[in-house]
Design a protein around this ligand. Sequence first.
Ligand SMILES: *[C@@H]1O[C@H](CO)[C@@H](O)[C@H](O)[C@H]1NC(C)=O
Ligand SMILES: *[C@@H]1O[C@H](CO)[C@@H](O)[C@H](O)[C@H]1NC(C)=O
Ligand SMILES: *[C@@H]1O[C@H](CO)[C@@H](O)[C@H](O)[C@H]1NC(C)=O
Length: 471
Amino acid sequence: MAVPVSTLLVILLIPLIWLSAQLVQGRLTKEALATAFGSSSSTSNLDQGTKWAVLVAGSRGYGNYRHQADVCHAYQILKRGGLNDENIIVFMYDDIASNEENPKKGIIINSPKGEDVYKGVPKDYTGDNLTTNNLLAAILGNKTAVTGGSGKVVNSGPDDHIFIYYSDHGSPGVLTMPGYDDDLYAKDFINTLKTKHESGTYKSMVIYVEACEAGSIFEGLLPKEWNIYVTTASNPSESSWATYCPGFDPPPPPEYNTCLGDLYSVAWMEDSDAHNLESETLEQQYQVVKNRTAAAKERGSHAVEYGNMALSKDPLSLYMGANPSKIDQSMYQSPETLSTVEQHDADILHLREKVRRAPEGSNARAQAQKELDEALSHRKHIDLTIQGIGEALLGAQGYEELKVVRSPGQTIVDDWDCFKALVGSYKRYCGALSTYGKKHLRVFANMCNAGVQAHQLEEATSQVCGNKLKK
Ligand SMILES: *[C@@H]1O[C@H](CO)[C@@H](O)[C@H](O)[C@H]1NC(C)=O
Ligand SMILES: *[C@@H]1O[C@H](CO)[C@@H](O)[C@H](O)[C@H]1NC(C)=O
Ligand SMILES: *[C@@H]1O[C@H](CO)[C@@H](O)[C@H](O)[C@H]1NC(C)=O
């Protein structure tokens, strides 16, 4: 088998010429080497993709201090990890740092002994610019679809990695956003991920979600082919939990009347602060977070994984960057001692604290008591309204069945348009559901699953809430 020397030379030269072209373009990656010489090794050490992050605090108000504190803390981790501000897109209402109730103006902390996490956080989408529309447009990288804000979007390419972290209240099938009646439905979020996948503009994506019923956003909805790995604070049918709350262990510094963090969130972030992100995998972090989130026994939740489990072997650094200067761990309490408060009750806890701390007989106390009474009676009203409607439609037994959780792997509702239509017709007669009220959304989902039509609900709601249309 005599091969002419000139042929051999050509065979050797072609990959070399191609490689030098890659070098000139600054693209000599392991993938390029593998392409040139046919090797198939795929460790991520030489990964050249850009890291992008989208951080979302979906709430507003001082009683929800903790969600924005979580998101600011996440920013500090990514910043320390080497991500650039142009690649970190922050959605937060931004009404905490300068809030009149904040004892340390201009500062936000995420743990009792924690340092300021507010410093340097980009204000991309704050106030009224924090909308579901802007969030989805930013994820898609569609700048023309954005209204207001910095206009920063995930302008990613096929080699890039995307990390999305959301912290707020959730409810069955829905993540809350701060605007009136501006919820993020699971189906719309999932469709956005689908479009992003089809546009071929990322290599892999990781999503962390702190919210009640967070599992319901992904259960039965996220194909592993999209190369997205998700962990959630809670399964589809349970609360997630606030921590570092007044009166609980460990409490925030005495001057704070609100919770500083959320259990799942501080679990992943304090873990990221404490470890070398290049040698820890997503799966290892998930195990730590799962333990810690459940640690409080009945006062905790079940963290769940969704999507492509193969990605869970990736090092955290692929999404969060490396972290050479680890944070002093003495800043944090040991996990065993964390006590927690249910997301929905954290708001009430804040109002109770406000009352307790105001001087006896003062205007401030009367005002705070009024706020508390209104919040409590609002809750009662919502509970009774939903029950009334359910019973009007399907009877007492039927109403009980509307609360049933579907089996694992099933989406919360089959017909999402029906789901939205029912929530809409409730709103027309009874007003938009508050953050608390949304905990009843499973009832609406199950109405659709049971074949209830919008006009039937209209009838029942107009009966229960009065025949007047709300605006
Ligand atoms: C971006 O959003 C605009 C406005 O919603 C829309 O018309 C356009 O088709 C979108 N572009 C892409 C590439 O999806
Ligand atoms: C919303 O975005 C616009 C345009 O960037 C900006 O002028 C405005 O101040 C923003 N509003 C808030 C509340 O941040
Ligand atoms: C989680 O808890 C289990 C049971 O207590 C323990 O065996 C395991 O080592 C823990 N894992 C991590 C990563 O903390």
